[in-house]
Each structure stands twice: as C-alpha cells, then as structure tokens.
Design a protein around this ligand. Structure first.
Ligand SMILES: Cc1ncc(COP(=O)(O)O)c(C=O)c1O
Length: 419
C-alpha cells in the first residue's frame, strides 16, 4: 500500500527552489535513502533478546492491511450510530480521518498542547454530547503517559483508541504502549520490512469477531514481490539483490511511465474531501493481509530494531541541535521508546517550506503533515496547526546506517543555511 506521502515522492516534486552550491550538488547526486525498513534475510539466533514491550505483545490482536485499516476495525468494535462524533487530533495524517468518514461518523478536531497531548480542558467547550470515540497518538514515537486522557474518556463514556502507528515499541509513561486505550492500533510498514500491514489489539478482554476478506493467491505473490522489489532498490537481500534488480527493472519502467501519465492528478494536493478520501486508498480495509506479512514480522530481531532506531534518533537529535532558527522539537527522547521520526522544528514557516522541498529533492527520508482534512474546523489554542507546517519529520528507521544519518544531518544543515 503506497502512503499519501510516498505517492508524492515517487512522482517527484518540482515546486520551490533548491539550494545550490558544490557541496549540495554532490549531496543531491547521492542515491535516495530508504524511506522505510528494508527486508533482508533474518539473522540467526538474534531473536528473544531483552527488548521493550510492544503492541504485538498484547493478548488480543488482529493483523490487517494497514494502520488505517486498524483504525477502521477499531471503530467496528465500538457501538456507534451514524452521525456520532470521533475526536481526532488537529495534527494528523489524513489516513486518521478517512476511517471515520468511511464509517459515516463525524470527525471533530481537537487541539494538542506543546507536548503533543490532547488539551482536555479546551475540549469541554466543543460540546461532547455526540462524541463516542477519541483517537490519541504518540506522535513521532515519543511515547507519553495517557493516564489523564484515559481517565477523561472513562468519565465521559468515550472509547479511547490509542494510535500506536508511530510507537510500536515502548513504555508510555508508567504502562506499556497500547495498554492505555480501550483499543490500540499500529502500522507495521513503519517498523517492519513489509509493504502492507496493520494491527488492532486490545490489552484487556477480547476483540469481537470480524468478517474479513481473504486475499487471493495473486495478492500473496504481489505482497512478497513488493517487499523484494523495495529491498532490491536498496541492495538487499544480501546475495540476490542484483538478480532481483534485473527482474524488477522492466516492471518499474512500465510503472514509472504510467505514473508520469497520471502525475497531474496526484502531484497537486487533494483539494476536497472526496479527493482526499480517494488518495487515502481505503480499498483494502476489510481484508486480511497477505501471508508473507505476518511471517516477516514474526521473524524480526525486535531488540535490534529498537536499538538501531534509538541510535539513529539520537544521532539526528545531536547533529541538528544548536542550529540558527531550527532544532529538535523536543529536548529529549523518552528512554524506553523506539521513535518513528525525529521531529525538527523550524522557526520561520516560509523557511520550513523551502527546507522541506530541498530535503525531498536531495532524496532524504522526510515527511510533513501539511495536509489537513478540508472542511474541518480548526480548534483554538492549538500547537498542531503550527506543527503541520513547521515540523519536518526525519525518519530514523533501523535500516538507515550511521553514514546515512550523517548525510541527513549534513544535508539538512547545508539546506537550512541556504533556505
Ligand atoms: C498517527 C498515524 N495513524 C495512522 C496512520 C495510518 O497508517 P497506515 O499508513 O499504515 O495506514 C498513520 C500513517 O501515517 C499515522 O501516522
């Protein structure tokens, strides 16, 4: 499943001006870094080492095709009537809103504070009579206690869905991730070398049975091919990557020309809700994931994923500290976390725009959540609104090497100087 952000990158953005200079020219000729974990042969004897808790440890769980499918399945578990409201953070990926609309429910944006947590006091003035559900995320994988959020939901009969798309691993304050919510959801593509996959889980009690379509054999083959194709683009898996590159080259040429032919449809930001829903690609929400997904996830060395993500995050955080007009959004990472990205704050929003375009042109793995769902009322007193423009999300996944992190740091510093 291609995410909204990936789709834009594959087609390539030409907006804005790129910084120039000989250092940057050299940097821009370097190969694009992987934007997600890359499949390789599982290392022998590395599983089972001590590691952080994770959403996959929760007793009741269901594998799905994506994080958005998991959010949709969470809504299936909760009693709602058409027109009931779901609280969604103002700072969001559109894939958090699409499942709500698909269920005929009304998304209502809530403000977040500078720590990324819901501003619960401000919520009382919105009018909560029709609210049945709240989505709360551990943004960037920087896990936090949701004790107050859970208590607030319990007091009002609201079901809390803990969105762990960014935080598959970790302690969220005094409890493991995924255990604060009545339900927890996760996105597997962000933490594992799979191209589709999500998880719905529950710490207490069972999940209600749900009817999911079984994928046909073609889907299983396609899923494996997607994993191998992405890996071969990044010289993996060891030993067979060159052969796979040859095999996939022709297929890629065909796809690139097809994408070029339709690029005018996608390169513009979706401007209305219908286009946005279409871009969210909700077609496979009611389907089981293809067979290879669960197998690959179960054969990963979880301790090493956590260690490498922490090291990459810390490398980015240290390398980008002390800049003029920009810097890590948070001073510290929670010790027991395995982040998804390092959030970089840029003081000036025009400079943030230029930096974002430049970093994408240099092939760096960076995202920004600048697409708010059209037509939804923005809350007051909100940090999410400025984050959506001024926070760049620098990926720190386990398959970025130390030299890649150094490249991200050097390129970002150089682009910032010129932005
Ligand atoms: C916080 C959050 N929740 C849910 C999702 C949806 O996950 P997926 O892309 O696996 O559908 C995303 C995707 O970026 C996300 O960032």
């Amino acid at each position: 499943m291609i995410s909204l952000q990936d789709r834009v990158v594959e087609i390539g953005s030409t907006a804005g001006t790129s910084p120039s200079g000989s250092t940057l020219a050299k940097m821009s000729r370097a190969k694009a870094l992987p934007r997600a974990p890359v499949f390789d042969w599982p290392a022998q004897g590395t599983q089972g080492q001590p590691r952080l808790p994770c959403v996959g440890d929760l007793p009741a769980k269901l594998f799905l095709t994506s994080g958005r499918a998991a959010l949709a399945a969470a809504l299936d578990q909760i009693d709602t009537k058409p027109g009931d409201a779901v609280l969604v953070p103002s700072y969001h990926c559109p894939t958090m809103v699409a499942p709500v609309l698909l269920h005929g429910l009304q998304p209502v944006l809530y403000a977040i504070g500078p720590d990324g947590l819901p501003r619960l006091h401000d919520l009382e003035v919105v009018g909560l009579s029709r609210v049945r559900v709240m989505f709360a995320a551990h943004f960037f994988g920087l896990t936090r206690s949701l004790r107050a959020v859970r208590a607030w939901c319990d007091a009002r009969g609201i079901a809390l869905v803990e969105d762990c798309a960014h935080s598959f691993f970790g302690m969220a304050g005094e409890q493991p991730v995924g255990t604060w919510g009545h339900l927890a959801t996760a996105s597997l593509t962000k933490f594992f070398p799979v191209r589709e996959g999500g998880l719905l889980a529950r710490a207490e009690g069972r999940l209600k049975p749900v009817a999911l379509r079984k994928p046909g054999w073609k889907r299983h083959v396609q899923s494996l091919a997607d994993v191998l194709e992405f890996a071969s683009q990044h010289q993996r898996p060891g030993g067979v990557a060159p052969l796979l590159q040859l095999l996939f080259a022709a297929k890629r040429r065909r796809r690139v020309s097809a994408l070029r032919a339709t690029s005018s449809d996608h390169s513009a930001s979706p401007s209305d809700a219908a286009q946005m829903l279409q871009a969210c690609d909700m077609g496979r929400v009611g389907e089981l994931p293809a067979g290879p997904v669960e197998w690959i996830v179960r054969h990963q060395d979880l301790a090493s994923i956590v260690r490498r993500r922490q090291a990459n995050f810390d490398g980015l955080q240290e390398g980008l500290a002390g800049l003029d007009g920009a810097g890590p959004l948070f001073r510290e990472r929670p010790m027991a976390s395995a982040p998804y990205v390092m959030p970089l704050w840029v003081d000036d929003s025009g400079r943030a725009d230029r930096l974002y375009v430049a970093l994408r042109q240099h092939g760096l793995p960076v995202l920004r959540w600048d697409r708010l769902w059209p037509g939804l009322k923005k809350p007051a007193n909100d940090s999410g609104c400025s984050w959506s423009h001024q926070v760049l999300q620098l990926l720190c996944h386990q398959d970025l090497q130390r030299k890649d992190v150094a490249r991200i740091v050097d390129t970002t510093r150089e682009c910032l100087r010129l932005a």
